[in-house]
Design a protein around this ligand. Sequence first.
Ligand SMILES: Cc1cc2nc3c(=O)[nH]c(=O)nc-3n(C[C@H](O)[C@H](O)[C@H](O)COP(=O)(O)OP(=O)(O)OC[C@H]3O[C@@H](n4cnc5c(N)ncnc54)[C@H](O)[C@@H]3O)c2cc1C
Length: 422
Amino acid sequence: MSPDVVVVGAGAGGLASARALGALGLRVRVLDRQRAPASIAKGEILQPETVRILDGWGVLDALRATGARPVGRLAIRDAYGRPLLCLDYAGLPGAYRQILCADYGDLRGVLADGLPATVEVRWGSRVTGVVRGDDGRVTGVRVADGGSEQEVRASLVVAADGMSSPLRRAVGVTVERREYPHGLVAFDVADAEVADEVSAYRTDRGLCLVYPLPGGRCRLYVQVTPDEFRGRVDLTAWCDRLLADVPAVRPLGPAIRASLHRRQLLAVYRLRTDRLTVPGLALVGEAAHAVHPMAAQGVNSSLGDAEVLAATLAAEGDTAEPAVVDRALRAFEAARRPRLDHVATVSHNASRMITSVSGLPRLLGGRMMRSTAANPRLLGLTAGNLSGTNVRPLSLVDRLYQFGLLTDRHAHVPSPPAPAEK
Ligand SMILES: Cc1cc2nc3c(=O)[nH]c(=O)nc-3n(C[C@H](O)[C@H](O)[C@H](O)COP(=O)(O)OP(=O)(O)OC[C@H]3O[C@@H](n4cnc5c(N)ncnc54)[C@H](O)[C@@H]3O)c2cc1C
């Protein structure tokens, strides 16, 4: 029997969409080209908004049971570990005031476990293109099946096929993709108990990011120049230089040296599509938007896409009727676009504050950081925006405060008392 919805991609965005749409009673088929879920170093810092959504879907306890580490503070520190700017999430309004640091495989696992009975996940199914009706509307997908191709028809296709999204290309959605002038190298460091904090070290070599992971591990990201890891690299000498440049991570030295072979080198992009939908198809997750990983917003945005897509479809009612689905898609686009653009701005500004290594950007980044750190009201706004639970775009005047061009007379407005924590 044909499904109501085909979801392409079983990453966080695809599985979340399947979960949210399946909960409406829709028959959902998820197709992923991988033969089995791959273990990847990404999507590990889960902001409070993600925690809220996972709790609403009844999977938060399962994620906690994987050993996910609760973290209450996000701190920018200098290379010696001295605090420059601390976002204390305990002061957030609402019940969700902690980050969870989890393995991406575990997040996918808990989203996939206990999916509604109307959802089916098929691994090893590569989608090669879309099927269109006479009016050009997307009415399904083509799936590679051995040497041949099969068509799967559905009233809605959800493209959750990641940053390189073949489906985005197939439907002709334009994308603006910019590469940052640096890369990141990620290490999975074993036997390294670190503080319950996401620590972003702002150093002369750029960002160095450390946070705890399940099983007594930690993640270490180090900013690198595009050439730094080209050709043969003497890893021991590279590690010695890192420990000299960032004294704050020296206590982790032996554990880092033992983990040098477990590394991933990543190019860093931000990406924005000109639209989130075409008739019959919605783009969710990194198929539609990506930001600098250090802002840790991708999973928040992907799960938010899924939640809003389900809500807009539920509000329209008859999901078998193409015109009704397309009305819901337009409502989805209208609801998500401003939020995603806001997340992109916040993430880009936050990443520039820490990753700029020279010239005016470094100077301005430092000034923004100091003005924000000295202003409890701006700190609260920033924490609300990054956590995703209390999103309020900064005004133009707030930006002037940040650049130190105006003095904020309301900088010390006391926060309301917080309710019980989740
Ligand atoms: C280094 C790094 C660190 C990050 N850290 C964080 C973080 O700490 N916190 C955070 O919130 N976000 C983080 N992000 C972002 C976050 O990982 C992504 O936003 C999130 O994984 C997006 O999920 P997705 O489902 O859209 O894409 P993906 O997880 O990429 O899933 C896409 C899926 O589509 C499948 N697929 C692709 N093409 C096809 C096809 N033709 N047919 C069938 N299947 C297909 C793929 O196999 C894959 O399983 C990070 C990103 C990076 C790169």
